[in-house]
Write a protein that binds this ligand. Sequence first.
Ligand SMILES: NC(=O)c1ccc[n+]([C@@H]2O[C@H](COP(=O)([O-])OP(=O)(O)OC[C@H]3O[C@@H](n4cnc5c(N)ncnc54)[C@H](OP(=O)(O)O)[C@@H]3O)[C@@H](O)[C@H]2O)c1
Length: 400
Amino acid sequence: MSEKEISIGLFGFGCVGQGLYDVLNHSQSLKANITTIGVKDHSKPRKIDASFFTFKKEDILKRDDLDVIVELIDDAEEAFRIVSTAMNNGVNVVTANKKMLAENFQKLYELQEQNNVALLYEGSAGGSIPIIRNLEEYYDNELLSSFRGILNGTCNYILSRMELESKDYSEILKDAQASGFAESNPWLDVAGFDTLYKTILLTVHSFGLILKPEQVLNLGIQNITFDDIVYAREKGLRIKLLGTGYKSGNEFRVYVMPHFVEKTDELYNVIYEYNGVEVEGAFSCKQTFVGKGAGSHPTGSAVLSDISALTYNYKYAYKKLRKLLNGKDKRVNGEQLDNNFSLKVYIRFREKEELKQLEILNIEEEYRSARTNYIVATVTLKSLFCLKGNKESKLFVCAV
Ligand SMILES: NC(=O)c1ccc[n+]([C@@H]2O[C@H](COP(=O)([O-])OP(=O)(O)OC[C@H]3O[C@@H](n4cnc5c(N)ncnc54)[C@H](OP(=O)(O)O)[C@@H]3O)[C@@H](O)[C@H]2O)c1
């Protein structure tokens, strides 16, 4: 793209869409203009002139004068249809839709290749933290060994308030919903799915490995109680929901789970709605990025940064992925994902019966009282998959 004003076709005018609109209006350097905005609800009052809006996606997708389509809707399936149509039309796309990206990554990668277009998505993981471009560019030549990230502001907010205000999960969740820090249906956040989608994106840019959401374990905080917070606090620890990726020989261990985090850990002090990602490289050692992980303006600013990057023809080069593909590596199919290992976890339970579904190799500690029961044990990661998205189970599992 040249120095001319950039024409943007925008889908979605909710939290992030409006954030982008505001941030763009304050931008000094970027000459960009939102031409049309695609939305869904005819009856919603709008903050800007009605002439901006359309309810027919073709009004945007069929235009041939747009430089970029920005997709910021909350429906992953429709988002995929919009994004793939735009790419097939040869238009560059910016999105923040981690669910759509994680569920369709292979296809979206191919569409970029086939149509020679850019698909940028910095706002989809870590909100305002520029983690994707850093992993892609800065750590390109660095031997990355791991990343660990607090990637969901809602969970971190709930965990921080439970600990700092000594309150139970349900009370804080209700309050978080009332104050806009949690969705009315918080399942995707609290059960670790949102963190899973972001972890999948970080895995692509860290290691060049494309994984499908069903291949990766995600456990959330939906069963946490104040007793678990007390257990952590007594040991000087904090509980954080982490998305993690580790290199292990030629394979990779990727999973999402609550973790006990020590005071000396950089992620310990990442509290409330903040996100933090620690990246470890062979020569750079550990580095931590911290920032607002969500919200209208922080995410809008990440989207704006992507639009700006398109003005100098920036595309993700997918160097790690490409290198492995050329070497006929199996990473595209996720065959290098290692789920065959065991790990030490704290498991709080009500009935011992509930533990039977897990492959427990060794129990190090067992505690039972009228109030709470827990074990600290080594379990196989594979057996924990029965808890992924399981609404019936009341077990709380936390990596030690
Ligand atoms: N909120 C955050 O902090 C945050 C952070 C990072 C990434 N994201 C991602 O950004 C995206 C947008 O999130 P959001 O929080 O801005 O959502 P939101 O506040 O719920 O707004 C969603 C917008 O999408 C529009 N929409 C929904 N279905 C549509 C359809 N079929 N066609 C056209 N428009 C449609 C809605 O239209 P109406 O206005 O007519 O209802 C609304 O304007 C999601 O993928 C989300 O995961 C959000």
